[in-house]
Ligand binder design. Structure first.
Ligand SMILES: [Zn+2]
Length: 440
């Protein structure tokens, strides 16, 4: 309760940019945008990139005043969304919060799956249950709350899947129109969800990383849209992964956290979340982070193998892991790469075969239907255990970042299961026998 009072009381709409340079919230929470490269402070909270060097700003939230009692208060909060951790999130007024109840997703011990892949303490963080079915909701709840607070009128994104649906849903919840741009050829199934939430979906005759991205950039400048890509520094909701894992494991920190990775926001934010708790002395160490990638689009794996300090763009080839088919994580890639290294973690490339096998194992042995991209975390755990980099008794957390129904065509249903049978007991017996045979 004290938090709510602090966060709302001393707030007033500041009029000029200069005053907002360091937004003071209540007695102690401060929010500012700072360039992680040249340390310049943003003059305007709407300025996402550094005016000096062009780097994406980092949002800093003052947490020095927090005490262990605050930690207890947060853990005991009846708000189970990511907003129980609002002291760490860059929103001034609780009245700005746009939430659909995202957060506190189940952390499930997966005994049978763990037995199969040789990991005794395997946990699945089930983000398939988030409001729009993917992890993007963590980012967009925070992003849209700040967008509303800063007075933006229209939210926008380019995407072919999960981000589009999530931005559209949170814009709807915020009462803000949204625009989603997709490349020509995008399957209707990918844009149905965004359309359902009321987004204006615009199909552009061009390639995603090139013409569409170029036009999108111009459109954001022209129309003043609220850009919800990873170049928006306020989308730090995935820090909540760290807070939730510490809370849910009740002090037993994992050795490894494996996260399906495209642009690197998840790895970077999670690392920042663990750093927050380390700085406050609420944990003694952080886990090793692993970026799970499709081998068809694995710039993090390539950079670590080469020992490069920065990410080189690769051509993203078609992969069953559609949601992480990103070859050029330009906005945050280098910082996510540094986070992987600081954590003593790594990046793992998976074949489509390994990914689909992990998807099937996760569904059949743990009861969770995750999309192929999400199952890369389980595929990476299996691979790393096979290579001996994960020990049998390590605590391993795999993030399942999107629902299987997001990409139903990845599942091949056998002809025999679709063909109708005659409505007789004899036909049924025969069909059941065939089914049992094929399960063996
Ligand atoms: Zn700079």
């Amino acid at each position: 309760m004290s938090l709510e009072i602090r966060a709302t009381s001393a707030n007033s709409k500041l009029k000029c940019c200069k005053e907002r340079k360091k937004r003071k919230v209540g007695v102690s929470k401060t929010i500012q945008l700072r360039c992680p490269k040249c340390a310049t402070l943003a003059a305007d909270p709407r300025q996402f990139r550094c005016a000096m060097c062009g780097a994406v700003h980092e949002v800093q939230v003052g947490i020095g005043h927090l005490t262990p009692n605050d930690f207890i208060r947060m853990r005991q909060s009846r708000d189970l969304s990511i907003w129980r951790w609002s002291d760490f999130l860059p929103v001034e007024n609780r009245s700005s919060i746009v939430s659909l109840g995202e957060g506190s997703t189940p952390l499930l011990p997966a005994q049978r799956l763990g037995d199969r892949i040789g990991i005794a303490n395997l946990y699945l963080k089930n983000d398939t249950v988030l409001p729009t079915g993917s992890l993007k909701d963590r980012s967009n709840s925070v992003g849209m709350s700040v967008g509303k607070e800063l007075g933006f009128a229209t939210a926008s994104v380019i995407s072919t899947g999960n981000a589009a649906a999530s931005v559209a849903a949170y814009a709807a919840a915020a009462g803000m129109p949204s625009v989603v741009m997709v490349p020509k050829g995008t399957a209707a199934s990918k844009i149905i969800q965004a359309h359902a939430y009321g987004a204006t979906v615009i199909v552009v005759d061009g390639r995603f990383d090139y013409e569409v991205a170029e036009l999108y950039k111009k459109a954001v400048a022209e129309f003043g849209w609220y850009d919800c890509l990873s170049s928006n520094p306020y989308r730090v909701g995935k820090k909540s992964y760290a807070y939730e894992l510490v809370d849910q494991l009740d002090g037993a920190l994992p050795e490894w956290v494996i996260h399906p990775t495209a642009g690197g926001t998840g790895i970077l934010c999670m690392w920042q979340g663990f750093q927050d708790f380390l700085k406050l002395g609420w944990i003694a160490r952080a886990p090793k982070l692993v970026a799970a990638q499709s081998e068809k689009a694995a710039p993090f794996v390539a950079a670590l193998q080469k020992g490069s300090a920065s990410i080189e763009a690769v051509e993203a080839l078609e992969t069953v892991a559609e949601s992480i088919q990103v070859g050029n994580p330009a906005a945050l890639g280098n910082r996510a790469l540094a986070a992987l290294r600081e954590s003593q973690g790594t990046a793992v490339a998976l074949s489509d075969g390994e990914i689909l096998e992990a998807q099937a194992l996760t569904a059949r042995l743990a009861g969770i239907f995750a999309e192929p991209a999400a199952a890369t975390s389980v595929a990476a755990a299996k691979k790393m255990r096979g290579q001996g980099s994960i020990d049998r008794d390590d605590i391993v957390v795999c993030h399942l970042t999107g629902h299987g129904l997001k990409q139903p065509e990845a599942i091949q249903v056998p002809e025999d299961e679709i063909r109708p049978i005659a409505p007789t007991l004899a036909a049924l017996k025969e069909r059941v026998r065939r089914g049992q045979d094929s399960d063996r």
